[in-house]
Structures are given as structure tokens and as C-alpha cells.
Design a protein around this ligand. Structure first.
Ligand SMILES: [Fe+2]
Ligand SMILES: [Fe+2]
Length: 482
């Protein structure tokens, strides 16, 4: 039966949740829609709202064929409500309610907790669109510009996904939260977004690639945990969002990889053996590898903060309640209650960084962060392969988890990227070697010259291996002037 998977495009809001028969929720969403479009016009990609963009739109949630590609003006993108199909007989798979049937309605005792989880996730989605809204003007190619806009419209859809849950399951306060999601603004003084990394600037394309590689990957880990939820509509929503999220990380990882590749090619062609000779490297119109490392240091550290405190009773409560599980919860071989287990947590004890066993329940943030680090390390390894293949001697690395943290065990510790604890003064003296400096930012900003001719790429980035939707190299992914 394909009816379950197919998306109904006859309503103003495409969906596979039977909105046409759910008048109350349909009305609430239709009431929210104009405010969303205003937000998109104000805070979405600046200068390209009338351009035709070669975007994919979900036409089915079937993993084999959900995407349809076509030219769309972004404000006319069919944002919709798409949930993965309901699994017959699904259970709560962890916590105090393990083994009970999964909830199709919000359990009263967990209402506030669940709403908070949904609002925090929802708040990150529009935030990243706001952070990235100026980047279209400096895109290194039409291919990259299109990928930026694809990520942006999908983050918009993720906002819709969370707003649907709020409006369908949380009545009046859900509607209020939905409106607040359109009111807060990334970086705003009086109404900032809820999480730190989502109030930072994304000033250039290298930041964008780092953000989609590292910060969207935090999103992936959070969605993976929420996809385990005993609240079935949340689980189904997140499972479909994950299919979109994979593309965001592809954009980030390959974006950095192509930057690294171009740098190495230019160095080899110019006969530069020393990657740290940044003046000579920069004169080639590419980003030197030490600066790429500094960008990694910054974005990885900011993203680690998104996991919250390593030891957290909130995380334990979410788990006990059956609302937020572990990464790949159902594949883990244990009792899925964790009442007697421990987990090693990195802490600052007696002036040194050590692993200390903590109750597994309160260490869930640390555990998810560890899974995240493992995932990030794979991207870094692939970048190192590119460097190696080019014959350049240099290695990129993730900094130590204690480096440059604002939240958790290491917030008051000054550590180097290799995990050596140093004094504040020593750290300050090294700062510009560890994190992007103002001069690095100026250099990168000067490199960000837009390239809008089909098939051409800016000096600092290599073309992709493959086109989108198997299109040829000179495909016009964005028709800027229509
Ligand atoms: Fe998202
Ligand atoms: Fe994303």
C-alpha cells in the first residue's frame, strides 16, 4: 500500500499525515503559514528570493525515491509535513516504560519535558537559515549556491516538522511556542536563539562548510536520539528528518574536502613543500591548511557545547521517561534501563583531565558526544586522505574535547588542542595560532569572490566529483535573474 508513503500535494501544505481530515490542525498550520513566509522573506537567503533554484522536493517518504528535482523559486518551495511510516506494534524501547506500546498521544506526566525537547530542536532549524542568509552573494559556484539553498529550505521544513508536533499535540501553548520560533533571531540581543552555536556568525563559506559538517552533525545525533523516542510521532518525524540531514553533512564534509584538495593542488603546482608557509600559500588564492585547522578547532568546540553538560540529570530524566534515547539505542546489547551501569566521563580533577566513572544515566550527554566525536573523526580522516594523496605532509585533527569550551566540565579550563592544560595568560598568547584570528578572517573574506558562471569555481575550491542529480559540469543550478 503506497498511500501511506505518498505525499498529498493537493492541500496548501503538502503532507502525509492526513491533514485534509484534521481540520483543527490544518487551520492552526494555515494560520501560522503567512508568518512563516514573512520570516522566510525577512531572514531567508538574501537577494535570491526570485531566482530559480534546482531543488529537490520530497514526493514520498519511501527511502528509495523520495526526491524530485526541479527549478523552484524558494518562497514557492513546497514545505510540508512528512513523517516516516508508522511501524505496526512499535514499543517504548528504553527507560521506565520499556516494553509498553509506544505513545500516539503525549503522556500527561511528560508533557512539559516533551514540549521543551521539541522547542529546543525546533529553534535550531530557523536559526541556521538566519546565520547563512548572506552567503548566497559570495558563493564560489552555482553548484555550491544551490547546495546552500537546498540546506536552507530543508531547515525551513524541519521547522515545519517541529511546529506540526507543537500544534497537533500541545494545543494552545504549542501554538504559542510555534509563534515564538518565528520571533527569536540568531544573534539578537533581546530575543536570541536558544543555543550558543546558533547565535554565532557564519561569515564565510569555509565557516558554512564547517558548520554543516560539525554543527549539523550535532543535529544528526540529537535527531538520532529523538528518533528512538517512545512518543511515536516525534520518532517518525525525526526519522524522516535524518534522511535530509545526511545531505547537509555531505555538503559540509565535501565542501571542506574540496577546499583542502584545491589548496594541496595549488601548493604542489607551485612547488611549496612547507604547508605552514602561509604567506606563499595564500598568495596562490587558496586557504592554507593551518587556517583550515583553526576553523576545525572553532567549529568542533562550539558544536561540542551543544551536547550540554557531560553529567546531566535532565538527560537522565528524558531517558527514564522514554522520550530521548541513545544513539542506535535498539542496537545496543544491554537492559536499556541503565540503573546499575556506569560510563566513563572526561572531567577536570586535581588539575588534570581524567576519565571518571559516572552513573550511565546521568552520563548520557557524554555518551552521545562520544558517538559524535567518532563520527566527526571519519570526516577528518577523509580530508587527510586528500592531503596524503596530493603528496603534502600535513595532518588535520580534531582538537581535544577540553579545548575552548563554554559549557560543561571544561568551561573554566584553558587547554590546548592537544589537551594540555595551560594558564590563562599562556592560552591568550597562543590564541591566534589556535583559533581563526581577525587577520585570518580578513584573508578569507577577501577570497570570497562570487562565481556565477555555470561550471566555474572560485580559486580556493575544487569542483565536485559529481553533479547534482547527475547533471553535467556546466549545469545552471541557479538561474539568478529570471
Ligand atoms: Fe535541521
Ligand atoms: Fe541540517
Amino acid at each position: 500500500m503506497t498511500g501511506i508513503l505518498a505525499v498529498d500535494y493537493t492541500t496548501r501544505i503538502p503532507n502525509n499525515v492526513g491533514l485534509a481530515e484534521d481540520r483543527t490542525v490544518l487551520r492552526a498550520l494555515e494560520g501560522w503559514h503567512p508568518g512563516y513566509l514573512d520570516w522566510w522573506q525577512d531572514m531567508g537567503p538574501e537577494g535570491f528570493q526570485d531566482s530559480l533554484v534546482y531543488l529537490r522536493t520530497a514526493v514520498s517518504v519511501d527511502p528509495k525515491g523520495w526526491a524530485k528535482f526541479d527549478y523552484v523559486k524558494m518562497p514557492e518551495y513546497r514545505w510540508g509535513i512528512l513523517l516516516a511510516p508508522q511501524e505496526e506494534g512499535r514499543l517504548v524501547n528504553f527507560g521506565e516504560h520499556k516494553g509498553e506500546p509506544a505513545w500516539q498521544e503525549v503522556p500527561g506526566e511528560y508533557r512539559a519535558m516533551l514540549r521543551r525537547l521539541i522547542v529546543i530542536q525546533g529553534d535550531t532549524e530557523p536559526a541556521s537559515v538566519e546565520q547563512q542568509r548572506h552567503l548566497g552573494k559570495t558563493a564560489p559556484s552555482l553548484y555550491d549556491m544551490r547546495n546552500l539553498f537546498q540546506v536552507n529550505v530543508e531547515e525551513g521544513r524541519h521547522l515545519w516538522a517541529m511546529v506540526y508536533l507543537l500544534q497537533k499535540y500541545f494545543g494552545r501553548d504549542g501554538r504559542e511556542e510555534a509563534n515564538e520560533l518565528l520571533r527569536r533571531r540568531s544573534g539578537s540581543e533581546d530575543a536570541p536563539r536558544m543555543l550558543g552555536a546558533f547565535n554565532e556568525a557564519t561569515p564565510d563559506w569555509l565557516s558554512f562548510f564547517m558548520f554543516t559538517c560539525f554543527t549539523d552533525r550535532d543535529g544528526k545525533m540529537q535527531l538520532e536520539s529523538l528518533a528512538q523516542s517512545g512518543f511515536d510521532p516525534l520518532s517518525r518525524t525525526c526519522r524522516f528528518m535524518l534522511t535530509e540531514e545526511a545531505h547537509h553533512m555531505f555538503v559540509g564534509e565535501t565542501g571542506v574536502g574540496r577546499t583542502v584538495q584545491r589548496t594541496c593542488e595549488a601548493m604542489v603546482a607551485a612547488g611549496i613543500d612547507d604547508p605552514t608557509d602561509i604567506h606563499r600559500v595564500r598568495a596562490l588564492g587558496v586557504v592554507d591548511l593551518p587556517t583550515i585547522q583553526k576553523k576545525i578547532n572553532l567549529h568542533y568546540a562550539l558544536s561540542l557545547d551543544l551536547f550540554g553538560s557531560e553529567v546531566s540529570t535532565n538527560a537522565a530524566n528524558f531517558y527514564n521517561a522514554g522520550l530521548k534515547g541513545r544513539f542506535h539505542e535498539t542496537r545496543i546489547d544491554d537492559d536499556h534501563r541503565l540503573t546499575a551501569d556506569t560510563y566513563p566521563v572526561a572531567k577536570f580533577v586535581d588539575g588534570a583531565i581524567r576519565l571518571v566513572d559516572e552513573p550511565a544515566l546521568t552520563a548520557l550527554n557524554m555518551r552521545l558526544r562520544d558517538a559524535y566525536t567518532t563520527d566527526c573523526a571519519k570526516s577528518v580522516e577523509r580530508w587527510n586522505k586528500v592531503i596524503e594523496k596530493a603528496g603534502v605532509t600535513f595532518r588535520l585533527a580534531l582538537p581535544h574535547v577540553a579545548f575552548h569550551r563554554q559549557i560543561g566540565e571544561f568551561r573554566n579550563v584553558r587547554a590546548t588542542p592537544t589537551g594540555e592544560v595551560v594558564s590563562q595568560a599562556a592560552w591568550e598568547a597562543m590564541r591566534d595560532d589556535l583559533l581563526p584570528s581577525a587577520a585570518d578572517g580578513d584573508f578569507i573574506a577577501a577570497l570570497m569572490q562570487p562565481v556565477t558562471e555555470p561550471g566555474r569555481y572560485a580559486s580556493w575550491i575544487a569542483p565536485p566529483k559529481l553533479g547534482i542529480d547527475n547533471k553535467p559540469g556546466d549545469y545552471e543550478y541557479v538561474k539568478i535573474e529570471v
